[in-house]
Design a protein around this ligand. Structure first.
Ligand code: ADP
Ligand code: MG
Length: 800
């Protein structure tokens, strides 16, 4: 790949030229103790402009880029600095920087001839180009893209369409029919703008003509189109055909997507093909993202290195990474659109394969490095375990026993434990973790239990304190608030080792928390913590054992394993006497059936939740929806019961009052936003309806669902989906199977669902491996579909 190393040579060359250009004026300005400073005008804007220009023109290795950005920072507001001293100091720093930059030579590997050079570094550089420097982006759009998780060229190419629209079939105007989404191709005959009398809105009317007829097209309030849609222009338009009073003889299109067809333009983007639809953000439309991605593919795709070796590609019949990216963003004509939507095209498979491969490799490497560290060899046969069991009011389930024995064998050996315990809410993870903590204490070490919220930390502390105390051990709760003296006392106990078990939130990772001898770290509900936080706690001791507890189902947790090489143990049975929660999926139009189930439960004296999502962007709207729903349901559907409302904007004591009333059974139905996610325990609540279920992540759905099924009654979780998400779920997972009836939780045998789950696993896995936080947008609806149909399946009560 000679071109790659050539581009590297060019960038080093360009760097040296830049340094030369800047060195002279900077040297001059700083000479003679700054005597010439006042005679050099606009030095700051000159330097920063030069640097920015260079960054925009060239791709530099990341460390060079960092230096250049630092240089720019020195000069960005240089001209506005009033203090000569400050200016001088900056000039001195700039000279040092320039000296360093002038020393930079081409990397050894790239200096020799093209054949020996390693292309991968140059390819990596291309991959990491900040999106801001890409043509058509710039700093303003970079901010918007960042909101979508796109920072580099790599991120952008992996930002896959979440659905596609087939605009490839062109319909002659004479054959259009009302109600259909159609694409036409013709010439603009006329363009007029009218203003409405009252509000002065601009109504744009365009007439399009093809060989078969003429069609009026209307746009509202876009007068600027006059400059674009000029008569005589060849154009394609895609949109919904509507009929006016004259029916079939009076057709038009309103606000269609359009694409001007130039003379030589053979790459039509927005119509006349299968068009990718991307998730948008405020200020950036799918159409704009499409243009950016197209530009990226044209500019960068050829220099991207294929990580999957050719023999492996052949073996599995996979397309190249170049073909895969090109096709997944701009599918070729004639491809199966349903397969695109399912994410099962060759291109999608190739991308999933790559992600899985990288995940596996990362895991293998991480495993290798952990083996080399040496950890603590605990005395696992501590009498504390027997003592604990004598005091427990129940016996561990077989699943709990199995998981504890896995933990024990980890703790017995010198390799540090890194284990994830996964199990549905209520399966008894805490007590298993307590076993592990006792093993640590039995060997003279301290154990820390870290919970995601204060409420949860306090709950753990209160429920464990008695047991721990009876065993002759001391536990403390570390809170972030509260009186300083109490806190100092707690910190003291941790430092002296008097406290063997420490419970807290992320307060545990603060610098001032010093352990005497921390041997085991338990992290509850991992998905709430960043990896960094976990790492910080772990670094408070030399290679402590780590246990992570999570209710998030395996596909997602699998993804987490890449960070810390977590081995996984699963508690796959609930304690005896619990009944599995039946999970059903409803479309919005089937809401009545869902309400019927709630009615039945309430009539039997049970209680229910209805949960509304609160998503950042539309928080106010959603809050309003929850409040309106509470009022509406109280007034009509559930008038004979008391309906309460709980949301995050309420004052703490208000919340407590409402919760208290619900606990006491004075309120039968609680409409809530996600504030009930953790820490609510009302065994009489047997049914939960989740509105807009498609807007929740898997982990959240699990947490929410865990609020029911806490007693011995049969319990239900009813997922209602609306909008596209719902339709997707419906289409993909269940329609064919159980059409009219609403979804029973028996779809696991369904092929589509299985495929969905598989897709989820790989997509979720991978999004982390590539440093992305959210699951793959394409697979998100599939996540849900898997969850909804596989959950509550059957006798054994397993979620997946
Ligand atoms: P989670 O896995 O969600 O953290 P918990 O550890 O909070 O679940 O356990 C839920 C409840 O089940 C607790 O009240 C706990 O005491 C109880 N529990 C745990 N294990 C068993 C068991 N083997 N038999 C009966 N009850 C159990
Ligand atoms: Mg728990």
């Amino acid at each position: 790949m000679a071109p790659a190393s050539n581009s590297m040579a060019i960038s080093v060359e360009a760097l040296h030229q830049l340094v030369q250009r800047l060195a002279r004026p900077i040297a001059f300005a700083s000479r003679d103790g700054g005597a010439h400073l006042s005679s050099v005008k606009n030095l700051g804007s000159f330097v920063s402009h030069q640097v920015v220009q260079a960054l925009a023109d060239q791709v530099f290795l990341p460390h060079i880029e960092t230096e250049l950005l630092a240089l720019r920072d020195l000069f960005a507001d240089f001209d506005r600095q009033s203090g000569a001293l400050e200016q001088q100091q900056r000039l001195t720093r700039a000279k040092t920087l320039l000296d360093r930059l002038s020393e930079i030579r081409m990397p050894q590997a790239l200096q020799s001839n093209g054949r020996q050079a390693s292309p991968s570094r140059a390819a990596m550089v291309v991959w990491n180009v900040p999106i801001q420097f890409v043509r058509g982006v710039g700093s303003k759009r970079a901010v918007l893209l960042e909101r979508l998780g796109i920072r580099t060229v790599e991120d952008a190419l992996w930002y896959l369409p979440w659905r596609y629209e087939d605009r490839s079939v062109v319909t002659p105007i004479a054959r259009l029919s009302p109600g259909a989404d159609s694409t036409i191709c013709g010439t603009i005959l006329a363009f007029t703008v009218k203003r409405t009398a009252r509000r002065g809105l601009a109504i744009v009317q365009v007439r399009i003509n093809d060989d078969t007829g003429t069609l009026p097209v209307v746009y509202f309030n876009q007068p600027y189109l006059e400059r674009i849609l000029t008569p005589g222009t060849r154009i394609m338009m895609s949109g919904r055909v509507t009929a006016g009073r004259g029916g079939w003889t009076d057709l038009q299109m309103e606000s269609p997507q359009y694409e001007i067809i130039g003379e030589e333009d053979d790459t039509v983007l927005h119509v006349g093909r299968i068009v990718p639809i991307y998730h948008e953000t405020k200020g950036l439309t799918s159409r704009q993202i499409r243009i950016i991605i197209k530009g990226l593919l044209d500019e960068f795709l050829p220099s991207i290195e294929d990580l999957v070796p050719a023999p492996m590609q052949r073996k599995y019949g996979l397309p190249s990474i170049h073909a895969a990216f090109a096709e997944v963003h701009f599918p070729p004509a004639g491809i199966d659109v349903a397969a695109l939507h399912r994410g099962t095209t060759q291109a999608h498979r190739r991308l999933a394969f790559e992600e899985c491969l990288l995940l596996e490799l990362a895991l293998a490497m991480s495993r290798q490095s952990v083996k080399e560290e040496s950890g603590i060899r605990f005395q696992v046969d501590t009498p504390l375990i027997d003592e604990l069991r004598k005091r427990l009011p129940f016996q561990l389930t077989a699943a709990q026993e199995r998981v504890f024995s896995e933990i024990r064998s980890d703790m017995a050996i010198a390799r540090p434990m890194n284990r994830l315990v996964q199990g549905d809410v209520g399966c008894g993870k805490t007590i298993v973790a307590l076993h592990a903590m006792l093993v640590a204490c039995g060997s003279g070490y301290q154990a820390a239990l870290m919970a995601p919220t204060e409420i949860l930390a306090e709950q753990h502390y209160l429920s464990l304190r008695g047991l721990i105390h009876d065993l002759g051990l001391t536990s403390v709760l570390l809170k972030s608030g509260g009186p300083a003296t109490a806190k100092t006392a707690v910190l003291d106990k941790i430092q002296t080792g008097e406290a063997q078990i420490v419970v807290g939130t992320h307060a545990l990772i603060q610098k001032k928390v010093q352990f005497k001898q921390l041997g085991l770290v338990v992290v509850d509900e991992q998905h709430k913590f960043g990896v960094v936080q976990r790492k910080t706690l772990v670094e408070k001791a030399s290679h402590p054992d780590v246990l992570v507890l999570t209710a998030t189902p395996i596909p997602r947790t699998l993804a987490m394993t890449v960070y810390g090489d977590l081995d996984v143990s699963v508690i796959d049975r609930l304690p005896p006497g619990r009944r599995p929660i039946q999970t059903w999926l409803f479309t919005a139009s089937q809401r009545r059936r869902a309400y019927q189930i709630i009615h039945d439960e309430l009539a039997a004296g049970h209680q229910s939740y209805i949960v509304y999502p609160l998503v950042e962007e539309s928080e106010k709207v959603d809050l309003k929806a929850a409040i309106q729903a509470a009022e509406g349901l109280q007034a009509t559907e559930f008038a004979e019961y008391r309906v309460g409302l709980l949301h995050g904007r309420m004052k703490t004591d208000e919340k407590a009052r409402t919760m208290g009333a619900f606990k006491a059974g004075e309120i039968q139905m609680l409409i809530a936003t996600t504030v009930i996610e953790v820490g609510v325990d009302v065994p009489n609540a047997t049914v939960m309806l989740i509105e807009h279920a498609d807007r929740f992540g898997m982990a959240q759905l699990h947490q929410l669902r865990g609020r029911v099924g806490r007693g011995t009654q049969a319990s239900y979780c009813l997922l209602v989906t609306t909008g596209d998400g719902g339709r997707e779920v419906w289409d993909k997972g269940v329609k064919g199977r159980d059409g009219e009836r609403g979804i029973r939780g028996n779809g696991v045998g369904d092929k589509a669902v299985k495929e969905g789950l598989r897709g989820t696993a790989s997509a979720a896995a991978t999004s982390s491996s590539m440093g992305r936080k959210t699951p793959h947008p394409l697979f998100e609806p599939l996540c849900l579909c898997g969850a909804a149909t596989a959950g509550g399946v059957g006798a054994d009560g397993r979620w997946i």
